[in-house]
Design a protein around this ligand. Structure first.
Ligand code: ZN
Length: 481
């Protein structure tokens, strides 16, 4: 898995930095002039100093949650506000109590929000018993950060905190919506996970459970209140894949689908940074993600926010497209925009995701072409029940033409199955000529295949063949028996 490699690389290559270098320099950064020019950087420095939270951890946590975009005070899908993602009925009210600021300011004023987040982190650190000396060591903040994420599931809390430490190790280069640059220099810290060291590492190999429908996915079960047990595809055919943007972080979305208050879920969640995939609802069951399409679809959530293109990485597009390709192949879903749809396209949907920043052209290119797209149709499925392939010929790399025979009725069938430009209409043909009769040809611009061409040919020789791309095949008269 990419995620596991990523973490290994971080720990192998990152030199441990002396603790003294890891603290912010609050005294130098809190002057009024600095704050005016760099309001967000100034707010991080002030909050770090006021609550004795390591500045780089504070920024890394905010980046993990929101990429430092406060979304103008609009909440995430799980009810979190501002760059620190203060969650209503939980950390938001706690921050108000701790900082004596109104909830409205904590929601929409970035500096207040950052101060509130730091205050909550400090209170959580106090709960885990960090004293003044321990607070200077970023490694010791792990449990406070895990609790800040809000998941009661140890493995998801660990995923949340690991993400923050991974980001700090890789470094952060963020640009705020107002164009301010905020950075964290790459600094590897081996976190002191405490009790979370025993929690399952969802990026580790042990979670490649046979329980998932997609072998590359980790498995974290959604709360049973958030989906309906079913027996698809026998109960309901699966013929749509719905693309979502989560309005939240990866760990935060996973945690939300574990919360019975959510009443929503999706089958899969994909991570922005590296495309890691977690499955949360079996495909046979109906996730609650797309209203009228819940019965017929598989839902994929993507970490990030509709309004912020920085979440939509190439790694995420490629990984998600591979997942979509796999699902489509398993259910015979055509790989086109009629069957692979955005949440906003679902009839009756009041959601806008994935939104205008989602690059459908890139995505569908990866789904249909990039990295070995497979044709959902086979010669047998095209010709129908009772037909078996008895001969075939490659049409270069563009496709294969098949001759099939149905022993029950003595009919032959010819079909050309494309291997490239799958889902795009290109010149393709198939023909069958029974000796002594007129050749029958199916020719045109087809997305997946040409044919079927069927004819009665028991005891008679046939010529057969076809075309895909620039490659042609013509048989002699043969298969005369
Ligand atoms: Zn959606």
């Amino acid at each position: 898995m990419r995620a596991r490699l990523r973490r290994s690389a971080v720990l192998l290559t990152g030199a441990l930095i002396p603790v003294s270098l890891l603290m912010g320099n609050p005294a130098a950064a809190t002057s009024a002039a600095t704050s005016a020019a760099d309001p967000v950087s100034g707010a991080f420095a002030r909050a770090s100093a006021a609550h004795e939270v390591p500045r780089d951890l504070l920024v890394s946590l905010a980046y993990a949650e929101t990429h430092l975009d406060g979304h103008d005070g609009e909440p995430s899908a799980s009810g979190g506000y501002g760059v620190m993602h203060l969650v209503a009925s939980r950390t938001l009210e706690r921050a108000a109590t701790l900082t004596k600021r109104p909830v409205s300011a904590l929601r929409s004023d970035p500096a207040a929000n950052i101060d509130g987040g730091a205050a909550v982190l400090r209170a959580l650190a106090d709960e885990t018993g960090l004293d003044a000396a321990a607070r200077k060591d970023p490694a010791r903040w792990y449990q406070a950060i895990a609790r800040y994420g809000g998941s009661t599931a140890p493995d998801v809390a660990r995923l949340y905190a690991d993400t923050v430490y991974d980001l700090m190790a890789e470094g952060v280069r963020a640009t705020t919506p107002d164009g301010e640059s905020v950075t964290v220099k790459p600094r590897a810290v081996e976190p002191d996970r405490g009790a979370y060291a025993k929690a399952k590492d969802l990026d580790g190999p042990s979670t490649l459970a046979a329980a998932t429908d997609y072998p590359q996915a980790a498995w974290v079960a959604a709360n049973s209140a958030n989906y309906a047990v079913s027996s698809r595809p026998s109960s309901d055919a699966i013929d749509r894949i719905v693309i979502h943007v989560a309005q939240g972080s990866y760990a935060g979305t996973i945690s939300w689908f574990q919360n019975p208050a959510a009443k929503v879920s999706s089958h899969y969640v994909v991570r922005s940074s590296d495309g890691a995939v977690t499955q949360m609802v079996r495909e046979k069951d109906r996730a609650f993600h797309a209203g009228d399409y819940n019965r017929r679809s598989v839902g994929i959530e993507h970490e990030g926010y509709v309004s912020d293109a920085t979440w939509f990485t190439d790694a995420m597009y490629r990984s998600s497209a591979a997942l979509t390709r796999n699902i489509a192949d398993r259910y015979g879903i055509p790989k086109d925009r009629t069957h692979i749809v955005g949440h906003s396209q679902v009839p009756g949907a009041d959601h806008t995701d994935p939104g205008g920043n989602w690059n459908w052209t890139t995505y569908m290119n990866y789904v249909t072409g990039g990295g070995g797209a497979t044709n959902p149709h086979t010669a047998e499925s095209v010709c129908g029940t009772g037909y078996q392939a008895i001969d075939s010929a490659a049409l270069g790399s563009a496709g294969t033409v098949y001759l099939l025979y149905n022993s029950a009725n003595g009919n032959n069938c010819v079909a050309t199955i494309k291997k490239t430009s799958i889902g795009t209409a290109t010149a393709t043909s198939a023909y069958l000529e029974v000796q002594g009769k007129t050749r029958v040809t199916d020719s045109g611009n087809f997305a997946y295949y040409a044919g079927p061409v069927r004819a009665a040919a028991a005891g008679t020789c046939v010529k057969w063949g076809g075309k895909a791309g620039s490659s042609v095949y013509d048989s002699p008269f043969e298969h005369c028996g």
